[in-house]
Structure formats: C-alpha cells, structure tokens
Design a protein around this ligand. Structure first.
Ligand code: COA
Length: 249
C-alpha cells in the first residue's frame, strides 16, 4: 500500500521521512509524492518538529516511476502532477531539510537534493540525471539551481550526458555537503539534525529564508518553464518508446 511506501519516524524534534519501496529501488509513484508532501505539510505546522531528514534505505530513489511516465500520455498536460505539488511543498518548507543519500539517486532523486539544506551522501552513492537518455528535460528548478551550485561547466555535462556522479564527486562539486562511508550516512545525518534542532528555531528558519530568498523567484519561474517542457517531452514518441523498452525489460 502507498502509505507504507513513505514512512515517518520521530526522534525528539527530528522527523525522518523515509521512502520505503525497496523492491523498486524506491521509484516514486504519485501516491509517494503525495505522502512526502503530506508529511512535510504536517511537519510545517507541528511546532515540535524542528528538522526533517529525507531518507531512503540502501537506495535513495531510482526517480519517478517509469510506469507513471508511460501512462502520462493519457492525461492532459495541464493537470498539475503530484511531483510538481511535492516540489512546491518542499520549496515553501521553512524548517531545515537534511537528505541522507545512499545507493541510487536518479532523476528527481538528484534534483530534489537541490531543495535540501544539507545533503549527506554515501561516497559510493550513484547520482544521475538521465533526462536526455529518457528524451526528457531537467525539472525541479534544476536548470537554474544546478549551474548555480556546481558551475555551468559541470552542470552542462551532467545534464547533457546523463553521466552518473558518485557521492564523493557530488561532495567535491558542492552538490552534496558531505560524502561519508555508506554505513555512516544515517548516523551523520542524524547528528547534524540534532545540532540544528538544538538551535533557536526562529533564527534557523529566518536564516534558511534569507539564503533561499535571492533565488526564489528565479526557481519558481524555472520550475514553471521546465514543467511545460517536461509535460510536452513526456508525450513525445521518442520518450514513450524509451519508457516502453524499460518496462518490457
Ligand atoms: N520506475 C519503475 N520501476 C523501476 C524504476 C523506475 N524509475 N527503477 C527501478 N525500477 C524497478 C525495476 O523495473 C525492477 O523491477 P522488477 O524487479 O519488477 O523487474 C526493480 O526496480 C529493480 O531495478 P533493476 O533495474 O533490476 O535494478 P538494477 O540494479 O539493475 O538497476 C537502476 C538500477 C536504477 C540503474 C535501474 O533500475 C534504472 O535505470 N531505473 C530507471 C531510472 C530512471 O530512469 N528513472 C527516471 C529518471 S527521470
């Protein structure tokens, strides 16, 4: 059931939102995006939550469920997608978000990290934005956030080639805050979350707001443009053929 594909765990003031669909490498269904958005919305109004950790298991997520990509051709391009609603929610979320990334972090599994405040990656994590390999385009505001984060030269190559990026490389480039041995990802994320949870929450929230403010309008505009292009690309025959081949495999 979808509820079990997104779990929430509490440790004092820290809420962990955990993707839990390991047999599909945590590929994200619409219900899972809704589950994550719902958990964030609850955390936003629960004063006892001070920090959110976003985690998977041995894999973070293999990205959007390709079955849903394949089925999207049947729905009008104007319908707001669950992924988009989740992204809007994380964009507006005022408390710190720490992503704990092990294994695969594909597509939105990588681009959603640009909306986290801290990213703890396994040295051996495998990040990837295979948008061109799937005949798609970047999303989640990544077309402006990634070049700003890692520089245009690296962002261009990662976007255009869809080449995989190790957690170590992601940290070196500034996409991840830290790369640590695989078995230390969750303990380090929890330790960092505890440090933030002990600080005055008003000051932490205001600091986050100030850091994000200069990019906010630009990110919203990029997300709107990407959304139109992404919806169009999903419905092209070149993309639909690639999805069908993946699903047949
Ligand atoms: N959508 C739907 N199902 C997915 C999926 C996705 N994004 N990613 C993995 N799965 C499923 C596989 O179909 C497989 O299901 P099955 O056991 O019923 O056959 C299961 O998860 C395990 O994946 P598998 O491909 O066997 O694992 P692997 O270790 O050989 O490869 C990946 C892992 C992540 C490289 C590979 O699964 C993959 O390329 N996934 C698609 C990633 C992607 O393009 N995401 C969209 C980005 S926009």
């Amino acid at each position: 059931m979808s509820e079990q594909h997104v779990l929430t765990e509490r440790d004092g003031a820290i809420l962990t939102i955990r993707l839990n669909r390991p047999d599909k490498k945590n590929a994200l269904t619409r219900a899972m995006y809704n589950g994550m958005a719902e958990a964030l919305s609850q955390a936003a109004i629960d004063e006892s939550v001070r920090v959110v950790i976003l985690a998977g298991g041995t894999d973070f997520t293999a990205g959007n469920d390709i079955k849903d990509f394949a089925a999207v051709g049947d729905r009008p391009a104007t319908e707001p997608g669950a992924a988009f609603s989740f992204l809007e929610t994380i964009l507006d979320f005022e408390k710190p978000v720490i992503a704990a990334v092990r294994g695969y972090a594909v597509g939105i599994g990588t681009t959603m990290l640009l909306h986290a405040d801290v990213v703890v990656a396994s040295e051996t994590a495998r990040l990837q934005m295979p948008f061109t390999k799937l005949a798609l385009v970047p999303e989640a505001g990544s077309s402006v956030l990634l070049p700003a984060r890692v520089g245009p030269a690296r962002a261009n190559w990662w976007f255009l080639s869809g080449a995989p990026i190790s957690g170590a490389e992601a940290a070196q480039a500034g996409l991840a805050s830290r790369a640590v041995p695989d078995n230390e990802v969750e303990p380090v994320a929890l330790e960092m979350a505890k440090q933030l949870a002990a600080l005055p929450p008003g000051s932490v929230a205001e600091t986050k707001r100030l850091v994000k403010a200069p990019h906010r309008a630009m990110v919203k505009e990029a997300m709107a443009a990407e959304r139109v292009a992404f919806a169009e690309r999903l419905r092209t025959s070149e993309a639909q053929e690639i999805f069908a081949a993946f699903l047949k495999k």
